[in-house]
Design a protein around this ligand. Sequence first.
Ligand code: SF4
Length: 191
Amino acid sequence: MKRRTFLKGSAAAVGGAAALGFDLKQARAEMRELKIARTTETRSICPYCAVSCGVIIHTLGDKAKNVQSSVVHVEGDPDAPINRGTLCPKGATLRADINNPNRLFSPKVRRPGSDHWEEITWDEAIAKIARHIKDTRDKTFVAKNAKGLLVNRTPGLAMIGGCTDTNEFNYLQWKFITALGIPYRDSQARV
Ligand code: SF4
């Protein structure tokens, strides 16, 4: 059957069912209930944009040690005041991104002169980032401006926050950035 024919047939069937007095809303609601009947609900934030919609992630799995739960459904959180259960098309496809086989789970580095990315541990990544921050700050720190005024700034660094950062995280991040004297900073968090 061609796709167009199938869609026509489906539309006719839905119209016919409604004409016969069947309440499809109830059938759809029951399908949804069946899908998430045995899942664990975890509240989270959509990572895509600054709107920061609340989501509920439904997972299946017995929570045994070394067993990874599988994400079977993601939907808007009706209790989140920002989106009240709604999601835009990007947020509505979150499950596909979470389960994407190409998703990165560990940091990677492309070393100077290398032509490929190498997987490294989080400890190594954090140590390297700290080293780069220290070296860059030492090289670019400006204690006084051209007029001789004390400015204590590090124009060689910039910082941008992620959209799922909470206000509390941003407070600490801002303190850290200010302590380093970084003048270029922004955050898209509205959580
Ligand atoms: S669901 Fe859409 S609007 Fe909401 S945070 Fe995600 S990308 Fe932004």
